[in-house]
Write a protein that binds this ligand. Structure first.
Ligand code: GCO
Ligand code: MG
Length: 411
């Protein structure tokens, strides 16, 4: 029997919600058989496209679509240097598309290829942000009303009360007093932020009691000492988890935070390399791994890490922001319903525009996201619709985080 081979690898860029997404379409030697994968790296979208068009695509032509593991292993080393975010995103697009093709060839959803469902659907958490605890609480109430049971709460954006580089500050923080000649950036005050988060959760627990799970994303904006203070101070409010308490460069501190506080710790959306997650797993220093599948190189490494984490009692909480395509969200959800050690799924939601571009995208009902039972990821891409939302290369400004004296810090 002749193998089915890769005939074309096409990156498709689209921004139905104003956020650049990259989807890879792998076409095969079998007429009408193709697969889709997520290769989104929104901040460097066109660089990923170039890697696929000039290198990975031509390299993949003619390869056997059934040899997903072999293709992944050799794709990772074909450029010799490896594990960076641009290359990983490109490899992820190819990898996920091959899993989609495999599911279509088998006539099964991807979760079935790996051993089937451990649960019918995955519980999700939503994001509530606002100007003060009352407004944040009102948003929490609206989510509870809509059937959600997990809500991530932020007060004034990441880092809290942030003064953006251009335009009127949305949340003015009087403690942010810049020195003369201060450079442009998103200014925030770590001390105000840290103290306010404690006030926020105290008020939210008073208002909502014990029937809701709260989460919070620190987004790396604290020093190790401040992180320790926050982890201890929020212990009383029984969070589901505290996310990205420290930047990847400071993960060695997690083992100490853990000894000082029982707050569950989640980490990983910025990870692109096994050397980043393996020590945390081995030391049982965190509770939830939340890598961005396309940033770690796709579903092939995602499945492996999930298995290792399972053996160590660590659960998954795959990254699910707006800069994951619905194809990538579907891959998250297939892992979620399959892996026994699933913890929670971040859910950012989308409008009818995304639904039109991505027919079959997973659906949320009553706080749970469901994959559909069509073969592969069960998600398609309408290229005509996608073309209505073109992408252009641009630099983000929100990533230029600065403390009040103008120091550039991790965003
Ligand atoms: C999250 C994340 C995102 C990231 C974004 C970067 O927890 O959802 O922190 O909001 O900031 O994906 O592009
Ligand atoms: Mg985050």
């Amino acid at each position: 029997m002749n193998p089915v081979t890769i005939r074309a690898v096409r990156p498709i860029l689209t921004a139905p919600e104003g956020i650049a997404l990259i989807v890879v379409k792998v076409e095969t030697s079998e007429p009408g058989l193709y697969g889709l994968g997520c290769a989104t790296f929104t901040q460097r979208a066109t660089a990923v496209r170039t890697v696929i068009d000039d290198y990975l695509g031509p390299w993949a032509i003619g390869k056997n679509v059934d040899r997903i593991e072999e293709v992944w292993q050799s794709a990772m080393v074909s450029g010799y240097w490896r594990n960076g975010p641009v290359l990983n995103a490109a490899v992820s697009g190819l990898d996920m598309a091959l899993w989609d093709i495999q599911g279509k060839r088998a006539g099964m959803p991807c979760y079935q290829l790996w051993g089937g469902k451990s649960r019918e659907a995955a519980a999700v958490y939503r994001h509530a942000d606002g100007r003060d605890p009352e407004e944040i609480g009102d948003r929490v109430a609206a989510y509870l009303e809509a059937g959600y049971r997990y809500v991530r709460c932020q007060w004034g954006g990441y880092g809290g009360m942030v003064n953006p580089p251009q335009g009127e500050p949305q949340f003015v923080n009087p403690r942010v007093r810049r020195p003369q000649g201060a450079l442009a950036g998103t200014y925030y005050d770590p001390a105000t932020y840290r103290r306010r988060i404690v006030v926020l959760f105290e008020q939210l627990r008073n208002r909502f009691g014990t029937e809701v799970e709260f989460l919070h994303d620190v987004h790396e904006r604290l020093t190790p000492a401040e992180a320790m203070q926050l982890a201890k101070a929020v212990e009383a409010f029984d969070l589901f988890f505290l996310e990205d308490l420290l930047p990847p460069e400071q993960v060695a501190w997690f083992a100490r935070v853990r000894q000082a506080s029982a707050v569950p710790l989640a980490m990983g959306e910025l990870f692109t390399h096994p050397l980043e997650w393996m020590p945390l797993i081995e030391q049982r220093a965190i509770d939830f791994l939340r890598m961005h599948l396309s940033q770690m190189g796709g579903v092939t490494p995602g499945l492996k890490v999930a298995r290792v984490a399972e053996a160590f009692g660590i659960r998954t909480a795959w990254h699910g922001p707006g800069d994951v395509s619905p194809v990538g969200h579907a891959a998250n959800v297939h892992l979620d319903v399959h892996c026994p050690n699933f913890g929670i799924q971040e859910w950012s939601g989308w409008s009818e525009r995304s639904q039109a571009v991505f027919p079959g995208a997973p659906e949320v009902r009553d706080g749970y996201v469901y994959p559909n039972d069509r073969p592969g990821w069960g998600v398609d891409l309408d290229e005509g619709e996608a073309a209505r939302y073109p992408v252009k290369a641009q630099n983000p400004t929100w990533t230029l985080a600065r403390t009040p004296d103008g120091t550039s810090v991790r965003p």
